[in-house]
Design a protein around this ligand. Structure first.
Ligand SMILES: [Zn+2]
Length: 226
C-alpha cells in the first residue's frame, strides 16, 4: 500500500527485490519515481488505485538509475500508457543505443524490452511537474548515472540507491560502481538541507535526514578508506 509522506507525495515501501516506488499526484502529471522489477506490476496497478491512479494513468516515469529493480517495471507500464521517461545522461545514452547491460537484467535472468529514454537528465535540471518541482542532483557511485531528486518545498530528498537509512548506502560492486565517487556523493548529500529522505530500498529516514546522511558518509569513508 502507498503511504502518504506529505501533500501529493506517496511512497510504496517494497518488501521484495523491487525498489521502493514513489507516486507524485501533481494535477495533470501522475508520476512514478522508480518502478520496481516489474514482477509485481499487477499489484502495483492495484496499489495505485488506492491513490486514485493506475498504470494506465501514469504520465511520467523518473528513474533514479537503470538497475533492473528500478527500471524493470517500465515494460508493464508501457503496455498501459505512454509516459515520458527520464534518466541521467550517462546511463540514458547507453539505454537509448539499445545497450541494456547496465540494467543487470541478464545477471538476474530478467527479460527487459528495449526502452527509449525521452528526457535525458543532467546535474542542475529542474523537472517542473506543476505543483511540484524536482531538482536533479548527479550523485554517482552506486552507478554512473545515479541521481537524487530534491523536493525543496517539502524538505524531502529521494535518494535512490545512493543513501539508505541507518548509516547505510548503496553497493559499489556493480559495473559502473565507484567507491570514491560514492563517498563524494554522500558528503554532498550530508551537506544539503532536507529533513526526510526516501531511499530506493528499505525504510524512509523520517527526521534529521542530513545527520543520518552524515553517518552514512562517515561509514563509507572509513570502509573505503578515502
Ligand atoms: Zn541499484
Amino acid at each position: 500500500m502507498f503511504e502518504n509522506v506529505a501533500g501529493p507525495i506517496h511512497v510504496l515501501i517494497s518488501r521484495s527485490f523491487d525498489s521502493n516506488i514513489v507516486f507524485l499526484d501533481c494535477d495533470e502529471h501522475k508520476v512514478l519515481i522508480d518502478t520496481g522489477t516489474g514482477m509485481y506490476s499487477d499489484r502495483l496497478d492495484k496499489d495505485l488505485t488506492s491513490v486514485g491512479c493506475s498504470l494506465a494513468g501514469i504520465t511520467d516515469v523518473i528513474l533514479t538509475h537503470s538497475h533492473i529493480d528500478h527500471i524493470g517495471g517500465v515494460g508493464p507500464i508501457l503496455k498501459e500508457s505512454s509516459p515520458v521517461i527520464y534518466l541521467h545522461k550517462s546511463e540514458a545514452e547507453k539505454v537509448n543505443s539499445g545497450d541494456m547491460s547496465l540494467t543487470l537484467a541478464n545477471t538476474f535472468g530478467a527479460n527487459l524490452p528495449p526502452i527509449h529514454i525521452d528526457r535525458v537528465l543532467e546535474e542542475g535540471d529542474v523537472i517542473d511537474l506543476g505543483s511540484i518541482k524536482l531538482k536533479v542532483y548527479s550523485t554517482p557511485g552506486h552507478s554512473s548515472g545515479s541521481i537524487c531528486l530534491g523536493i525543496d518545498d517539502f524538505g524531502i530528498l529521494v535518494t535512490g540507491d545512493t543513501l539508505f537509512a541507518g548509516g547505510s548506502f548503496g553497493r559499489v560492486d556493480f559495473p559502473t560502481g565507484d567507491p570514491k565517487k560514492l563517498v563524494k556523493s554522500l558528503k554532498r548529500i550530508s551537506e544539503m538541507d532536507f529533513n526526510v529522505a526516501i531511499p530506493g530500498h528499505m525504510g524512509m529516514i523520517r527526521h534529521n535526514a542530513t545527520s543520518s546522511a552524515r553517518s552514512s558518509y562517515e561509514m563509507a569513508r572509513s570502509m573505503f578508506r578515502v
